[in-house]
Design a protein around this ligand. Sequence first.
Ligand code: FAD
Length: 307
Amino acid sequence: MLRSTLLAAARSPHCRSAAERTPFLRPIVDRFVAGTDVDSAVRTAGELATDRFVTLDHLGEDTTDRRQVEVTVEAYRTLLSRLAWAGLSGRAEVSVKLSALGQALPVDGEKVALDAARRICAAAAGAGTTVTVDMEDHTTTDSTLSIVRDLRLDFPGTGAVLQAYLRRTEADCADLAGPGSRVRLCKGAYDEPASVAFRDKSEVDRSYVRCLRVLLGGQGHPMIATHDDRLLAIAEDLAARAGRTAGDHEFQMLYGVRPDLQRRIAARGHRMRVYVPYGTEWYPYFMRRLGERPANLAFFARALGSG
Ligand code: FAD
């Protein structure tokens, strides 16, 4: 109930402008977001890259303006050239949301998003790194997977994201477990109806394990994105049983979430990648993080109270 309310607020322009005008929120936002500009993003990537890998997300979503799509493509090009220049391409890739690239435009949305994503993939290839295409709400899943398939024809290293809470995902994992296929498996961060998604935590966790079995037993490069101790232990066990070694799969966590655990997993010789968002469009991303952990709300309330 609380999670649904926060996720509804994530989509409310009214709540958004109220939050953006609240300076007391900044310290809590900073826990999850690595600053508003590319300098902060590259600096954070450099710090994390000493023991971890990074995927950087230029924040933004649900764009309905073609000019904004061009601004986003340019932001990624700048980021990728800055990463190359800083010698970070071997440790850092980028994550992209297709809704920031015009996927929801009423005319030719899918075409516009594919064209923009292709230009970002070309810039990433030029910089010596890769792109992972984030997954958004279930109404976009088919379109997003179809765009990833197209991107992979020219850029085979392009990563896909699958959400274990969707009932369809075990089958999608089987489709995407082929040689070289990079797939990030997460639980899923949107408020989805029971007709398409498991709503109960234990059902989502069981689905996550079934998906892990398919991906780790396949021939691709699974990217295990969770902070859940139980699922992490199961993933390590399944990876060992499947004869996996450190270079052929990886763990992923969000910037600001369980950093000590991130470091411990990296120190055990695993590949650990941190998802680092940056930019001014932090509101919906931040609200989804609040929705994941009610305890985060206490920090939020305290910050509001201190104002
Ligand atoms: P949970 O059961 O939610 O959390 C397990 C434990 O982790 C909690 O008990 C808590 O200790 C800690 N934790 C989890 N979240 C938080 C938080 N916000 N603040 C503080 N502690 C926390 N979702 C999508 O829908 N699409 C995507 O493209 C996508 N990409 C992602 C990329 C990465 C690298 C990661 C790690 C997650 C991504 N997600 C994405 C979000 C994901 O779907 C989950 O919503 C999120 O990871 C929380 O699920 P969990 O597996 O950590 O398990």
